[in-house]
Design a protein around this ligand. Sequence first.
Ligand SMILES: C[S@@+](CC[C@H](N)C(=O)[O-])C[C@H]1O[C@@H](n2cnc3c(N)ncnc32)[C@H](O)[C@@H]1O
Length: 269
Amino acid sequence: MSPMRLAVISRGRECTEQERQLADLLAVPLLRASDPMAVQVPLYVLLRAKGITLCSNEPLGPRHGLIVDFSSTRLHNRQIDRFRQQNLAKAIGLKAHRTLTVIDATAGLGMDAYLLACAGCQVTLVERHKLIHAMLADGMKRAQSNDGGSDGNRAGILARMQLLRGDIVRLSDQLPRVDVVYLDPMFQERGRTARSGKGMYLLQSLLGDEEEDACLIRAAAALARRRVVVKRARHAAPYADQRPDSHYQGSSSRYDVYHSHQAMRSRIA
Ligand SMILES: C[S@@+](CC[C@H](N)C(=O)[O-])C[C@H]1O[C@@H](n2cnc3c(N)ncnc32)[C@H](O)[C@@H]1O
């Protein structure tokens, strides 16, 4: 039997219905905080008033759990830091177009999708991992009902974000085409703040190492009218060895751009 990697932990006097439902959805045990296993399981989920929180018992894990919070200071700073001049916005093509329709096909914690929605894009977020999808849905719901934060029109921004659960490779023939498909499939070393590094560490230990698969770019190319953008660590090889047409490189990451014309679709084999 494989060792338990993840559990939902209940800290209340009684387990709640939501805790039971989440444990069922994730097909993981629901433990009471007093259970000796609760301090041994590497990763655990708490349903706290401020949201679904992923926590770690591992020595390198962050002290505070990971939560999707669209009012976080780091996000706000990146936002006001003239997002349209940043590499992600340039790679997506926001310089030439005021608004774009985008599928963020590897949504994760939704940070990039939120920035794109802040810049006026209509963003469809696709996330296949049940827990990450649940955390993201929870974060979006809280942000919608808690408008008027530091970024003003948060409800308007959230209205431009639509979240779907599933694998983009399987969903691609059910979705309408959009201007741009954005992929950030891998957890690589990036971001210099301890906070983002530890958050990414937690997610990486949840997901494990994932194989690179050209199917992902093929599915994206089938959906993109204009381009596919893939985020990579600065010095990483192109995703699944698919050579991009151009790229935008920053201090820790790089955005590879595949122009979405017929030639690209046949080239990405
Ligand atoms: C590095 S994270 C994305 C981080 C995101 N850009 C952000 O700003 O928070 C990668 C995510 O993509 C998801 N993912 C990977 N392959 C996928 C696929 N084929 N379909 C849908 N989601 C996928 C993983 O579950 C993971 O949550």
